[in-house]
Design a binder for this molecule. Structure first.
Ligand SMILES: C[S@@+](CC[C@H](N)C(=O)[O-])C[C@H]1O[C@@H](n2cnc3c(N)ncnc32)[C@H](O)[C@@H]1O
Length: 238
């Protein structure tokens, strides 16, 4: 009888741990980032990690852990307002996207990085709303070689700004990941997906090979040069 009780207790404890919100939300991102850096390292695709939307530093820290695991020296870049979501522009409407929500101040972000073991010299922060910060970046201080761009800025308008910035930085073999690819509403499709479909439809030099979906929300693509021989990639908007 006691043995059965202990087994039931252990089972319940394991289930509670397994379904704890922090683990449930973070584990799929951790597995995705691990796989992405593993495949990039394996295939010899160098370059930096760019993150658009860093808020609480969770994915940033996970990315750093994966980079460290595969001993593949890369610089990390965080692009965020550090004041939360911007004012909505047309097409941004979603019940969860509220102006100024998800704000982590810059000092707090540095403190999170420190606590997570991300060395200050290994990352750069570009603070400000993308409309101004991306267009106004000093050309000498911009990332040029990108291995993985992790787009976690929720809104259609923000994602459009980010993809415009990434457009001249696309290269064969890099990965584009969208954390909010499956966050639609009763009135609209996902803003990140809408922006990506518009972006990919305008591209003749590049195609986007679906790579991995992650969690209940994310999707990723490998960028391929369109003139290279390969089997036809599934269109990004299929
Ligand atoms: C969902 S949170 C990011 C979560 C983060 N990846 C983490 O792991 O904690 C979205 C972030 O995108 C940022 N963001 C969205 N649109 C932006 C814009 N146009 N300019 C700058 N930051 C923006 C917000 O400030 C917010 O911190």
């Amino acid at each position: 009888m006691l043995q059965i009780r202990i087994k039931v207790w252990c089972y319940r404890a394991a289930m509670r741990l397994f379904w704890a919100p922090s683990i449930r939300e973070l584990a799929p991102r951790a597995f995705f980032l691990d796989a992405a850096f593993r495949v990039l390292a394996f295939n010899g695709i160098g370059g930096d990690y760019l993150e658009f939307g860093s808020h609480g530093g969770r994915t940033f820290s996970l990315a750093h852990q994966s980079i460290t695991r595969y001993k593949y020296a890369r610089h990390l870049w965080s692009f965020d307002s550090f004041e939360g979501l911007p004012k909505s522009r047309p097409g941004d409407e979603h019940p969860q996207w509220v102006q100024r929500s998800m704000a982590t101040g810059l000092d707090e972000f540095h403190a999170i990085c420190r606590a997570s073991g991300v060395p200050r010299g290994q990352y750069s922060v570009i603070a400000g709303y993308y409309e101004q910060s991306l267009a106004g970046m000093d050309p000498a201080a911009q990332p040029v070689d990108v291995a993985l761009a992790y787009i976690d800025c929720d809104l259609l308008s923000s994602t459009r700004d980010v993809l415009r910035f990434l457009s001249p930085r696309l290269k064969h073999g890099m990965i584009l990941a969208f954390d909010d690819y499956f966050r639609w509403s009763s009135e609209s499709v996902s803003g990140e997906r809408q922006a990506f479909v518009e972006f990919s439809e305008g591209m003749s030099d590049w195609r986007f090979l679906p790579y991995k979906s992650f969690g209940w929300h994310g999707m990723s693509f490998v960028v391929e040069r369109a003139n290279l021989n390969a089997t036809t990639a599934t269109p990004a908007n299929s």
